[in-house]
Design a protein around this ligand. Structure first.
Ligand code: SF4
Length: 229
């Protein structure tokens, strides 16, 4: 079974390389029915807007770490209003921020951000994905050098399911074109110099022309939260 899925993902990664995001999502629906989920950071709703065209009651997973900007939670809430048919899942960590402070000491994100991301993002994601056949992300190759090789469809060994990245090949121009044409919800912080938005304590604005993700975990070698190894 797993070998079949791995083969399916490998073949689709090759065959769908030039397909539109809608075609990639239709392929996902065709193979996984109700067993796929869209993961969204609520930086924008582009992927959600594309996914509801294929399945109006698509599941959308938001990892609510307890550290998000109010603007990000605002996008999450606006998404629920704009797309009333979708099933929004607000996945929370096992411990609240206060409980984590009590157990691990305050500001774990400063002392050990890898552990903080593990507890508040990686574990909740793993727990939620259990039982699904595929998850869909908004990763794009232009996001960062570390994402330059992102395939449209691949096998996710860590979660043991298929990972679908329908807009992996989109340029910034194509992305902005879609936002304007479809009046897509975007996080207000983008207009304030935050091109990549994560948790508030670990996200800073960046200067024009800088690496888009350079505002994340500033001053550290960490560049990813561990969801996309
Ligand atoms: Fe913790 Fe920062 Fe990771 Fe959010 S991004 S889970 S605050 S270390």
């Amino acid at each position: 079974m797993t070998a079949d899925l791995e083969r399916l993902a490998r073949d689709a990664g090759r065959d769908l390389e030039d397909a539109s995001p809608q075609e990639v999502l239709r392929w996902t629906e065709q193979h996984f029915g109700d067993r796929w989920v869209v993961a969204s950071s609520m930086q924008d709703a582009v992927l959600i807007d594309l996914a509801v065209q294929v399945r109006s009651d698509v599941r959308v997973l938001f990892l609510d770490t307890g550290y998000h900007f109010a603007e990000t939670l605002g996008v999450r809430d606006a998404v629920a209003v704009r797309y009333p048919g979708l099933r929004l899942v607000n996945a929370v960590p096992e411990r609240t921020v206060a409980e984590q402070d009590e157990a691990e000491g305050p500001r774990l994100y400063e002392r050990d951000p890898d552990r903080c991301c593990h507890l508040r993002k990686v574990v909740p994601l793993r727990r939620y994905l259990d039982g699904f056949g595929a998850w869909v992300t908004g990763l794009r190759r232009v996001d960062a050098p570390s994402r330059a090789g992102t395939p449209v469809v691949t096998w996710d060994e860590r979660h043991r399911l298929v990972k679908v990245n329908p807009i992996a090949g989109w340029s910034d121009g194509r992305f902005e074109e879609y936002v304007a044409a479809h009046d897509v919800l975007v996080n207000l912080l983008i207009g304030e110099g935050y091109p990549s938005i994560g948790c508030a304590p670990c996200t800073a604005p960046v200067t024009q022309g800088a690496d888009l993700r350079s505002g994340r975990w500033q001053g550290r070698s960490k560049t990813e939260c561990g969801l996309h190894p």
